[in-house]
Design a protein around this ligand. Structure first.
Ligand code: NAD
Length: 548
């Protein structure tokens, strides 16, 4: 327990006895010392032996492993978060490989599907609904914390690869903010998960008697935009320094909101910009294996949605920083979607695809690949198997060390598996995926495929925004994040084919990213409380430590 907490309890200002045990941020349960048990009137409310946090952690892990399914593990961990926050974060941080797939993808997806059926003791985030129009500011003031600094906001319309899950989408902001704390040390009380419930078009949810969201079709058009605007203004009023992370919106909505708010408020969209930084970092690291220079790469995307164009846009920013003109930079990018190469002669081209539409006759994927001869192939289709044997063999016939990223989630939707990429390229592909794959053996060599998980980037960017009081999040900050992440990939990672560092190093990675993002924000004059001296040290001192 921190000194200030103990002092406030002693002063009679903080909770004691049963109330203290029911306050997740203060509760240490069996780890309260003899002295604390006396002072806080806990004697008799706890078994006699005092545990250390380490022993409590062993108990948590033992119970976690005893559960029969991942969804039960999720329920167990969320209940722990509501009971003893520091023990939850200590355990998650010390067992990230084991807990990340439970508190986040893939289990969180299952949890969202079943959200209304999972018995919850108390809500973990704030619900703002279309029925609250006109009084959203008042709703925000019901949240018990005053110094909120990071908000993750979703409207539940495109939850992971699972579509419209309405108010069940709350699991996403809750999970992402848990990662902000676990991976970048943002204090939990400064995090606010928000579910904006504008209805759902998912009929099975509307028919489910246990569903907890608004029972109406989704708001659209002006009505939708007005609710979002009221919410954003209310956030600015209630928490003027808070960063808003837009999460799991449908692609056209995601771009519309990002374009409307990126120059007005401190915000970013993780599906577009976070993905971009992670993928770019992987591509930068891949050049250390291929020996090619980044400025010379030709990059082809299969899938031209928000993930692909987010990455393409950040690559253009990076290439322009290397001295290319925007037109030259865009020339390096080839977008292919379900209808083939994105060309200007098409009847309708979504706005985010327009900068990349080429003056070219229509080509299918393989024809486009033969024409472009890309060094890097990035899949973001949401469709498994779209990198066929012929596609990978074609790529491998053009280049010695082709880079292949199969980013679609979850695991079973990947455009190809690492085994396929290695087998079809004779072990020459530099492979990464969006979801985790176990190590692969091919012709006597063991590869560790890198996972381009957004968790590498967004916590560090959020930490940076908080640390220097950033006023805006600009593209260059994601570029700084990407370069920083790429620099954290070391020779031992590259030797096993991994273009990402192991997730076990995440706290160090987040700190390094936050440091370079703060530097970039300060150079751009975007920091309202700039840091001086050793920036890394100053940021590290701000990071939440869940130890008692
Ligand atoms: P989206 O719906 O906006 O775009 C999908 C695109 O794929 C569209 O352009 C569509 O035309 C194209 N497409 C669909 N089927 C195709 C096919 N058979 N051949 C060629 N193109 C096809 O989706 P999005 O938000 O861009 O996400 C796409 C995928 O990327 C999802 O599976 C998501 O899980 C994944 N993703 C991964 C990461 C990551 O790994 N860090 C981050 C974000 C998104």
């Amino acid at each position: 327990m921190s000194r200030s907490t103990i002092a406030s309890s002693e002063d009679g200002l903080g909770p004691t006895g049963r109330k203290l045990l029911d306050t997740p941020a203060l509760n240490k349960s069996t780890a309260f010392t003899e002295d604390e048990r006396e002072r806080f009137r806990l004697r008799g409310l706890l078994p006699p032996t005092v545990s250390t946090q380490e022993v409590q952690e062993i108990r948590v892990i033992e119970n976690l492993r005893r559960k029969g399914s991942d969804i039960e593990r999720y329920i167990f961990l969320m209940a722990l978060l509501l009971r003893n926050e520091r023990l939850f974060f200590r355990t998650v941080m010390d067992h990230l490989d084991e807990t990340l797939p439970i508190i986040y993808t893939p289990t969180v997806g299952q949890a969202c599907l079943e959200y209304a059926h999972i018995n919850r003791e108390a809500p973990l985030g704030l619900y703002v609904s279309a029925a609250d129009r006109g009084r959203i500011r008042e709703i925000l003031s019901n949240w018990p914390e005053e110094d909120v600094r990071v908000i993750v906001l979703t409207d539940g319309e495109r939850i992971l690869g699972l579509g419209d899950l309405g108010a069940n989408g709350m699991g996403i902001p809750v999970g992402k903010l848990a990662l902000y704390t676990a991976c970048a040390g943002i204090p939990p009380r400064q995090c606010l998960p928000v579910m904006l419930d504008v209805g759902t078009n998912n009929q099975s949810l509307l028919n489910d008697p246990l569903y907890l969201g608004l029972r109406q079709a989704r708001l659209t058009g002006d009505a939708y935009d007005e609710v979002v605007e009221e919410l954003v203004l209310a956030v600015q009023d209630a928490y003027p320094r808070a960063l808003i992370q837009f999460e799991d919106f449908l692609t056209p909505t995601a771009y519309r909101l990002l374009n409307r708010y990126r120059d007005r408020v401190l915000c970013f969209n993780d599906d577009i910009q976070g993905t971009a930084a992670v993928a770019l970092a992987g591509v930068l690291a891949s050049t250390r294996i291929s020996g090619l220079s980044f400025e010379d790469l030709r990059v082809m995307f299969l899938g031209a949605g928000s993930a692909a164009t987010g990455i393409a846009d950040l690559m253009v920013t990076a290439l322009v920083e290397e001295g290319l003109s925007p037109a030259e930079a865009r020339e390096r990018i080839w977008l292919v979607d379900i209808d083939g190469l994105v060309v200007r002669s098409r009847a309708a081209i979504p706005e985010h695809n327009r900068p990349y539409a080429r003056d070219h006759r229509s080509l299918d994927f393989l024809e486009a690949m033969r024409e472009a001869e890309p060094h890097v192939l990035i899949g973001a289709t949401g469709q498994r198997g779209t990198f066929t044997q012929e596609a990978i063999e074609t790529l491998a016939s053009i280049h010695d060390r082709p880079t292949v990223f199969a980013l679609s989630n979850p695991t079973w939707k990947a455009e190809c598996t690492p085994e396929q990429a290695y087998a079809w390229s004779g072990g020459r592909a530099i492979f990464a995926s969006g979801s985790p794959f176990p190590p692969v053996s091919f012709e006597g060599k063991t590869y560790r495929p890198g996972q381009g998980n957004n968790v590498y980037v967004f916590p560090g960017v959020g930490l940076a925004a908080l640390a220097c009081g950033a006023e805006r999040v600009v593209e260059e900050m994601f570029l700084a994040a990407a370069r920083s992440l790429a620099s954290m990939v070391d020779q031992s990672d590259l030797e096993v084919g991994a273009v990402y560092p192991p997730l076990s190093r995440i706290r160090k990675i987040s700190l390094a990213i936050a440091t370079s993002v703060v530097q970039r924000a300060q150079e751009r004059g975007l920091a309202s409380s700039p840091l001086s001296g050793d920036i890394g040290k100053a940021i590290a001192a701000m990071m939440y430590d869940p130890s008692y």
